[in-house]
Design a protein around this ligand. Structure first.
Ligand code: PLP
Ligand code: LMR
Length: 399
């Protein structure tokens, strides 16, 4: 029956984990997937998450279905975290929101909603480069995918002028995907000034903004600061939509906790949008899983635990910043002829090293250091112990 089914390629990111597992090198290093590790290289369950989980177990809650749009206290807390306590649309009750299967599910529901209901376009513009899964998510949602300039490989920085020029040349009312903070894979974000320019250019074209916020808290360690772009756009009169993930900032990866929201014009419009979100979700997965959302809800709504969590987020962001500095320091100590300032200039979970696909292959084959072929490394996988070996491996390849 399936003789015509062709063998597909391994996933650009998750395929790296598979290759890593097959390697028998005792000191192999996995910097592929963006998943936080502690300084011993172990997955990290946040103490706030452990505590919330225990409280939930104690309550002996039932396992009934959630509603189609999920656990109500969770989505309320998620919206407050993203939009902030002073958000006009939130206070006015005109943000439609649904719990989703983590950030990917939020993007997918968003893509499907726009495909079905956005009246002006069926194309979404994503940055070059973007998270490897964006294109597939939006294509599978039935949208056409085009790109705008973002990364300047000569400066290893933002191609701000190119980005603005591309936004200005898009057809009126285009849909534009923006990484709210901690751009994946480059680790390069616009400054607050540049965000203002982007907002103006978007407004001029009547464009619709779709924010992907998978790393709130991971860029600066401060969840409010990391929400600047989204909140600024709203203050400027944009009515964006938003995909949120709690995979990284709560370490809830496998629990698949996320949310998708749309800022609408009025409570009446919100009600209509809500009804259509439900019509999309019901035949896809009926309703989302409850356990992870209950954990996140507890952390978002309990003031003491929330405070603790914010400290833990800061701690994760801080360890990553430390590892960036150590990697750069070690490369310089070895006498590398290259400049590595971008490793400490970039923010979030990833460093975009500037290494070529061939060099990345060499890193894996000769040094058992695994990361994606675009030269991205997950700094969250670097530890005090492996950083020297990592620097040596990179040095041997780049000189
Ligand atoms: N968007 C970006 C930019 C990401 O890097 C990720 C990966 O974490 C996601 C969305 C969604 O991830 P998840 O579905 O694990 O929440
Ligand atoms: C990554 O980019 O490594 C993460 O966002 C995880 C994923 O699902 O790709």
């Amino acid at each position: 029956t399936w003789s015509q089914v062709p063998q597909g390629p391994p996933d650009a990111i998750l395929g790296i984990t598979e290759a890593f597992k097959k390697d028998s090198h005792p000191k192999k290093i996995n910097l592929g997937v963006g998943a936080y590790r502690d300084d011993k290289g172990k997955p990290y369950v946040l103490p706030s998450v452990q505590q919330a989980e225990q409280e939930i177990v104690k309550k002996k809650l039932d396992k009934e279905y959630a509603g189609i749009t999920g656990v109500p206290e969770f989505v309320k807390g998620a919206a407050l975290l993203a939009y902030g306590p002073n958000s006009a649309p939130l206070k006015e009750g005109r943000v439609a929101i649904t719990q989703t299967i983590s950030g990917t599910g939020a993007l997918r529901i968003g893509g499907a909603f726009l495909q079905r209901h956005y009246p002006h376009a069926k194309t979404i513009y994503i940055p070059t480069p973007s998270w490897a899964n964006h294109k597939a998510v939006f294509l599978d949602s039935g949208l056409e995918v085009k790109q705008y300039r973002y990364y300047n490989k000569d400066t290893i920085g933002l191609d701000f002028d190119g980005m603005i020029a591309d936004i200005k040349s898009m057809p009126k009312n285009s849909i534009v995907l923006l990484h709210a903070c901690a751009h994946n894979p480059t680790g390069i974000d616009p400054t607050e000034e540049q965000w203002k320019g982007i907002s103006d250019a978007m407004k001029e074209g009547g464009h619709y903004s779709f924010f992907d916020m998978a790393y709130q808290g991971f860029a600066s360690g401060d969840t409010d600061r990391d929400a600047f772009s989204l909140r600024h756009f709203i203050e400027q009169g944009h009515q964006p939509c938003l995909a949120q993930s709690f995979a990284k900032n709560m370490g809830l990866y496998g629990e698949r906790v996320g949310a998708f929201s749309i800022v609408t014009e009025s409570t009446e419009e919100k009600a209509r949008v809500d009804s259509q979100i439900k019509i999309l979700v019901r035949p896809l997965y009926s309703n989302p899983p409850v356990h992870g959302a209950r954990i996140a809800s507890y952390i978002l709504n309990d003031p003491a635990l929330n405070k603790q969590w914010l400290t833990e987020v800061e701690g994760m962001a801080g360890r990553i910043i430390k590892m960036r500095a150590l990697l750069k320091e070690n490369l310089e100590k070895l006498g590398s002829k290259r400049k590595w300032d971008h490793i400490t200039d970039q923010i979030g979970m990833f460093a975009y090293t500037g290494l070529t696909a061939e060099q990345m292959t060499q890193l894996a084959e000769e040094h058992s250091v695994y990361a994606t072929k675009d030269g991205r490394i997950s700094v969250a996988g670097i530890t005090s112990e492996n950083v020297e070996r990592l620097a040596e491996s990179i040095y041997k390849i780049t000189g």
